[in-house]
Design a protein. Structure first.
Length: 464
């Protein structure tokens, strides 16, 4: 009969096994607990077989894959293999076929639901002082990513017409809605870069359900559209956009609010079948009061010398022109957030070879991005800082460095590790660099010439 006294060998073995059971299965599992994933699986009615790469393990592995520097399926499988052996479980195969098949089975709805839920939870934790005049500000912007050159990807996301077949890559258009206060990615819409109704405006309209009455939306001049502004006003959402270059303005007209600040009446544009369907056009108001503001940029190094803004915030006393100019300047955070996704998380060049998997890969990047932002928000709250003042790359490096210790340490030491991680993240602050300018050029050269014929033809020439 085994003796389980405190000093016995059997007791120590049992204690060690119990500690392993209490620890996370894979790195980053503390950011996305298993209970949360299984709750969403239950809500969505997703059933699955009991196997090594079930949806929970596959999700964790996929998350580690998009957040690690290597980004390979082999490393993700190696992580699962090492975790199973460490826990005393049967080793899985080191080959990637089972994992790739599991990613294909992984429901897209599971990833999108988790990403949106993390963003929603962050919005609920925003302190009042992080809001702009007591209102939630959301920033919309678009970008593109390059996908592998496969027939399936080319059919869904055609390459540029300027490039010959075999010399270009499929281009994926991405429009994102960010929270200005937390940096969370609230919504994502994906589409091609070619064809009718594939522009950023069209994709943005699919996000309207994500906006709440009282929100303020920031956007560049591309979103200055009578239709979009009218539909957003109908939802109780205010806008602050840069004025479209084709729009005429005259500060001698309208109701004067201040120097180069007035309220004017916009009239509905003429019906254009290429831009509207008749039903949508008829729902738009015939006229709309809009506020137009011009402010001048005096800092050296900035390209535009004057900026024209349009907004539905008509009250000059509640929303002074200077405050609106400062608010619009913060639209640049969307560019920084997209840079964090495309450069820091390496989303600029996607890896999946089918459109279905490309969308999953994009949403996994956004899930990982939101989990990092949520950790940054917690670090900012505990150490009395603003979330926007913390470094995203510093947070990612810290989270990845702490991932393995947190997944293997006993439960009694986990709180200390989490506290140390949050303190380290709060330490990495973004430098205060107002009016910083950089040359629009690159220093690094490449010794290789551009490919001018398809790869298989180049290979034949080299072999000849």
């Amino acid at each position: 009969m085994y003796s389980f006294t405190e000093n016995s060998v059997h007791y120590q073995i049992k204690k060690h096994k119990d500690q392993l059971k209490e620890t996370g299965f894979l790195p980053l599992s503390d950011l996305l607990p298993e209970d949360t994933v299984r709750q969403v699986l239950s809500e969505l009615g997703i059933k699955f077989r009991n196997r090594i790469f079930d949806p929970v393990v596959t999700l964790w592995s996929f998350l580690w894959q998009v957040m690690s520097q290597d980004h390979s399926c082999r490393e993700a499988v190696a992580c699962v293999l090492a975790s199973r052996v460490f826990r005393g479980l049967k080793a899985c195969s080191a080959k990637t076929s089972s994992y790739c098949a599991a990613r294909l089975r992984l429901p897209l709805e599971l990833i999108t639901t988790l990403a949106r839920r993390v963003a929603r939870d962050m919005e609920q934790q925003v302190k009042p002082e992080f809001r702009w005049r007591g209102r939630d500000v959301k920033v919309v912007d678009g970008t593109t990513a390059v996908a592998p050159d496969t027939d399936a990807n080319q059919a869904a996301f055609p390459q540029s017409r300027r490039q010959k077949r075999g010399l270009g890559f499929p281009i994926v258009r991405i429009v994102v809605l960010f929270s200005l206060a937390t940096g969370a990615a609230l919504e994502l819409v994906v589409g091609p870069c070619r064809g009718k109704k594939t522009g950023e405006n069209t994709l943005f309209r699919q996000m309207y359900e994500r906006l709440n009455p009282g929100d303020v939306v920031l956007g560049d001049r591309l979103f200055d559209s009578y239709r979009d502004i009218a539909q957003l006003r109908g939802r109780g959402v205010d806008v602050l956009f840069r004025m479209n270059a084709t729009r005429h303005h005259d500060f001698r007209r309208g109701r004067w609010l201040g120097r180069e600040d007035h309220v004017v009446e916009w009239r509905k544009p003429k019906f254009d079948a290429l831009r509207f369907d008749r039903e949508t056009y008829d729902t738009l108001p015939e006229t709309m009061l809009m506020r137009e503001i011009r402010f001048h940029v005096e800092e050296r190094g900035f390209r535009p010398r004057s900026v024209l803004l349009v907004t539905t915030l008509l009250d000059a006393a509640a929303y002074p022109a200077e405050e609106l100019a400062l608010l619009y300047r913060q639209r640049w955070h969307a560019e920084l957030d997209l840079n964090a996704l495309k450069t820091t998380l390496q989303m600029e060049m996607l890896r999946c070879k089918t459109p279905e998997m490309l969308e999953k890969e994009l949403w996994m990047h956004f899930l990982g991005y939101n989990l990092i932002r949520r950790t940054m928000l917690e670090a900012a709250r505990q150490h009395h800082q603003r979330p926007r003042d913390l470094s995203f790359k510093g947070a990612l490096q810290t989270i990845v460095s702490f991932a393995t210790p947190l997944s293997t340490c006993p439960a009694a030491r986990r709180d200390a590790l989490v506290s140390a991680r949050l303190k380290a993240i709060a330490t990495h602050r973004v430098g205060d660099r107002p009016n910083r300018t950089e040359p629009r050029a690159v220093k690094r050269r490449s010794k290789y010439s551009l490919m001018t014929v398809p790869r298989h033809k180049s290979t034949q020439r080299v072999a000849a």
